[in-house]
Design a protein around this ligand. Structure first.
Ligand SMILES: Cc1cc2nc3c(=O)[nH]c(=O)nc-3n(C[C@H](O)[C@H](O)[C@H](O)COP(=O)(O)OP(=O)(O)OC[C@H]3O[C@@H](n4cnc5c(N)ncnc54)[C@H](O)[C@@H]3O)c2cc1C
Length: 439
């Protein structure tokens, strides 16, 4: 790529903006590939790069320390010659024609680069109603948010969570585990409606209510009410006021596309990239939660695009980008997968269920296991597995091999899915070879 050198010259090398899951992986993968050019990994947070998932779970509940969330030791960055810059927010980028340029930060610092990668992630969508600015109305996207939430917990008896998605339910389950009265207000007719089918939503509704979390579906929130500047409750359209000393807003995220837009890059629910993580200028890299990419799943409808918010995606996408930066064209490896721990509910999702036409539910109440398999025609495309790692692994492996699991046989919960996985879904039943079991 013009203007980009691997190790020769005093220039700025690669500048990665956003020092989180995707940025850390990109920098590390490049060094693992033998890339020698200077790398600057820059982020606006005042923490060493850390993992987010525990923020709504074990960290909030005080089961793990903040130190245990840190990705790498201080020595790692020196050893790998990665310059780590904390606490600098990039607000402008001046570009040269060759892909290089200078990034300027809020503080006035300048960072020259030969090549730019945007791993800027996403930010929490803000609540836009009366009372949303009261003290105690909180969000949960980063470590500072989690610290603020944790600090308020001891004084709270009632926690209202606005939004019944993953983050909201994880936080509600944590609050409940911590002995708080937790209420989830979901505007839609079911929980986690964007990510799972109705059977899984119903299962989570029953389980959360069963453990004492109050869940109000189709909630019409009028305003957040307060006294002396602090939140005291949330008022609903039917006149009810749900008491709260903490209101946690978990209504989704917005991809950070402002820098990319200012650079003239195509954006549409994220920064549009090709299958090699290259933005519309053909030079800038965009990876992770901020990127809108071609659907990487085999058999996805042509032209289908997707923006995935998950650790696994940030990692796999960053690997694709690292290859791209060293001049190799490697496509996304593996099957998208995701997890969400909500109290004792351990959800694992393999694949992407968009476009399914039927489901098979496998439920074993005695053992607390529950799975939903999603099919498009004969082909399994995804599964939501609750407390069922074997089902999850079987589906993930089947998807990775382009195999399927016949729906009729799968409905028997006593049958292990891996024992009925079929290698070639197109072959007639009798002629289908069984897939060798995973070891
Ligand atoms: C509370 C919580 C729980 C989660 N739990 C799970 C889970 O259980 N399983 C799972 O798979 N995923 C989970 N996720 C999602 C997962 O953490 C994200 O998908 C992942 O962090 C995405 O990584 P990223 O690097 O693309 O973006 P981010 O993690 O959003 O990082 C982007 C970074 O860029 C910085 N930045 C943005 N703009 C600028 C700028 N202009 N200048 C400098 N820096 C900038 C941001 O501050 C941030 O540090 C969870 C997320 C949260 C918040």
């Amino acid at each position: 790529m013009a203007g980009y050198h691997d190790g020769d010259g005093p220039d700025g090398g690669l500048l990665i903006i956003g020092a989180s899951q995707a940025g850390v992986q990109l920098a590390g993968s490049l060094r693992a590939l033998g890339h020698r050019a200077p790398i600057t990994l820059l982020g606006d947070e005042n923490h060493r790069p850390y993992q987010r998932p525990a923020l709504s779970k074990d960290f909030l509940q005080g089961k793990v320390t903040s130190e245990s969330l840190i990705f790498r030791t201080a020595e790692y960055w020196d050893e790998h010659r990665i310059r780590l810059v904390k606490g600098e927010r990039i607000t402008a980028i001046d570009r040269a024609d060759d892909g290089g340029g200078v990034a300027r930060s809020e503080s006035g610092a300048r960072f020259a680069f030969d090549r730019l990668a945007l791993t800027v992630g996403a930010r929490a969508r803000r609540l836009d109603i009366d009372g949303a600015d009261l003290a105690g109305v909180l969000y949960l996207r980063n470590a500072d948010d989690a610290l603020a939430l944790k600090a308020r917990m001891p004084e709270a008896t009632d926690v209202v969570v606005i939004g019944g998605g993953f983050i909201g339910l994880e936080a509600a389950a944590s609050a409940d585990t911590m002995g708080r009265r937790a209420t989830v207000l979901e505007a839609g007719p079911r929980l986690i409606g964007r990510a799972v089918g109705s059977e899984t939503s119903d299962h989570f509704l029953g389980a959360h209510r069963g453990r004492g979390v109050d869940v109000i579906l189709n909630a019409e929130i009028v305003r957040v009410v307060g006294a002396d500047g602090a939140v005291t409750g949330v008022e609903l359209a039917d006149g009810r006021v749900v008491p709260a000393q903490i209101v946690l807003v978990g209504i989704g995220v917005i991809p950070n596309t402002d820098l990319a837009e200012a650079m003239g890059l195509e954006c549409d629910n994220g920064i549009r990239v090709d299958e090699y993580a290259l933005a519309s200028d053909g030079v800038t890299i965009a990876v992770g939660d901020c990127a809108n990419m071609p659907n990487p799943v085999r058999g996805a409808p042509p032209g289908d695009r997707i923006r995935i918010e998950s650790v696994n995606n940030a990692i796999e996408h960053a690997k694709v980008a690292a290859y791209s930066l060293v001049g190799r064209r490697e496509e996304y490896a593996g099957i998208p997968w995701f997890w969400s721990n909500q109290g004792d509910l351990k959800l694992q999702i393999a694949g992407l269920s968009t476009g399914y036409d039927r489901t098979v539910v496998r439920r074993d109440d005695e053992k607390g296991k529950f799975s939903v398999l999603y099919y498009r025609g004969e082909q399994i495309i995804a599964a939501d597995c609750v407390n069922h790692p074997l089902d999850f692994m079987a589906v993930k492996n089947a998807l990775a091999k382009g195999a399927t699991i016949p729906a009729d046989a799968a409905s028997d919960v006593a049958t292990a899915l891996k024992s009925i996985t079929i290698a070639d879904p197109a072959a007639p039943l009798a002629a289908r070879p069984a897939v060798p079991a995973e070891r």
